[in-house]
Structures are given as structure tokens and as C-alpha cells.
Ligand binder design. Structure first.
Ligand code: 6GU
Length: 230
């Protein structure tokens, strides 16, 4: 998979050189390229923003650098049209199901906005070049798309075959089956007067499977009732 990220703070993405995603990049499973939006400006100050038409607080990202960036990053016309993601608190919520959809795409482009947002015409123009999706991490406000983009890249990247060493560890996770994950324990069997639940030491595999399932349901009911059917 190829992922192009466009940002005015490319060094945010340095962290994606670490750990599993870093290995996936080194091995070529994931081709992640981070670009500086200012490379597509032509004025002396490398300007990417301007005041909003109609007035109001803050600045809006100018369309011209975004247009040139999108043209360049979509110009090698081979394969399917890319999916173009704009992290935005005004977008649809990014979920595990979203990550699964995106993990089978050949080419993702992620455009990170700052300030009060990007000129609306950029989204219309991007829709002529690929499938556009505005995506939010949840109902709170970040200063820009970078942190959200990193979360999305990690959630999608780990679903690409070969990125996570043991594919079984992908199925037994929170959100993969619509429930929260069951609690985990390791040695010692008693720590600071707290014992590991007996069932996990019983060797009774069937009992362990049902206990874990009950735990998943109970945790989901108390912590995330919104995930359960009516
Ligand atoms: Cl994707 N962007 C910003 N700026 N804030 C957010 C968000 C995205 N998701 C949640 N809050």
C-alpha cells in the first residue's frame, strides 16, 4: 500500500518510523511518503493560508497549494483511483470498520488541514481525482489533522497482511468483534495480594473461553453500552 501524507508539519510523522509500522516501511509492505504542503507554494513566504471570505475568526488554507499537491500525487494514473482522506472534526467517525475498508486500498492520500480548515473547493476538486472521505477521530477538537492522521495510519497499517506478526492477535482485540477485549493476566499468579482469576489457571479451555466472553459482554455493558444492540 502507498500512503501520501500532506502537512505543513511533516515532522509529526517521524514517529511512524518506529515499531511495527517502521518495519513495514523498511520491508516495503507500506510505502509511506510525507510531504510538506509548502513545497507546492511559489511565493517568497511559502504562504498556505489567508483570511476567510465573509469574515470570522482565524485563517483558511488556500486552495492553490492543495490543488498542485493533489495533481502531483495522483498523476501516476496506474491502478485504481486513490482514496483521499481529509481528517476533520466535521467528518464521519473513523472506526475499526473504516480501518478495514481502507486497509484494502492501493493508494491513500491524507491531507492534513490546520487553522479553521481548508477552502471548501479543495474537497470538490479532490472528488474529481478519487474517492474523498472526511474523517473525525471523535467528538473533541484537535489543533489540526496530523495527530488524527497518525492514528488512522496506524489503525490501517497494522491491518495490512504481514505488518502484525501473528495475525491471530488481530482478531481477539477490542472492536474487532464489536465488543471490548477481555482482561489479560500474566505471571506471577498472585501479585500484591491480588490473585489471577482461578478459571485462567484451571486448564479448562471451554470454561476459559466462556469466562472471557462473559467478561467482554460485561465490560462492554458497563463501559460502552452504545456498542451493544438494543
Ligand atoms: Cl480528524 N481533526 C481535528 N482537527 N480535530 C479532531 C479530529 C480531526 N477528530 C477529532 N477531533
Amino acid at each position: 500500500m502507498r500512503v501520501d501524507v500532506v502537512s505543513i508539519f511533516p515532522s509529526y510523522f517521524d514517529g511512524l518510523e518506529l515499531s511495527l509500522l517502521g518495519k513495514a516501511r523498511a520491508s516495503g509492505i507500506l510505502e509511506l511518503r510525507v510531504h510538506d504542503l509548502r513545497d507546492w507554494t511559489s511565493d517568497r513566504h511559502r504562504t498556505v493560508d489567508d483570511t476567510p471570505y465573509g469574515g470570522g475568526a482565524g485563517m483558511v488554507m488556500k486552495p492553490e497549494p492543495w490543488g498542485l499537491a493533489l495533481d502531483e500525487l495522483t498523476s501516476d494514473a496506474g491502478g485504481d483511483a486513490p482514496t483521499i482522506i481529509f481528517p476533520s472534526p466535521a467528518g464521519e467517525v473513523f472506526r475499526q470498520a473504516t480501518a478495514r475498508q481502507l486497509a484494502v486500498r492501493e493508494h491513500l492520500i491524507i491531507g492534513c488541514g490546520r487553522y479553521e480548515g481548508i477552502d471548501e473547493r479543495v474537497f470538490e476538486y479532490a472528488a474529481t481525482l478519487g474517492e474523498v472521505r472526511l474523517m473525525s477521530l471523535g467528538d473533541y477538537v484537535l489543533n489540526g489533522g496530523e495527530v488524527a492522521a497518525m492514528a488512522m495510519i496506524e489503525a490501517v497499517g497494522r491491518l495490512i497482511p504481514g505488518v502484525v506478526g501473528n495475525p491471530e492477535s488481530l482478531v481477539e482485540e477490542s472492536h474487532e468483534d464489536g465488543l471490548l477485549e477481555y482482561p489479560s493476566y500474566t505471571k506471577p499468579s498472585t501479585w500484591r495480594e491480588r490473585a489471577v482469576p482461578d478459571v485462567l489457571l484451571s486448564g479448562n479451555h471451554g470454561a476459559i473461553v466462556s469466562w472471557r466472553r462473559e467478561q467482554q459482554i460485561e465490560r462492554t455493558r458497563t463501559r460502552r453500552p452504545d456498542l451493544l444492540p438494543e
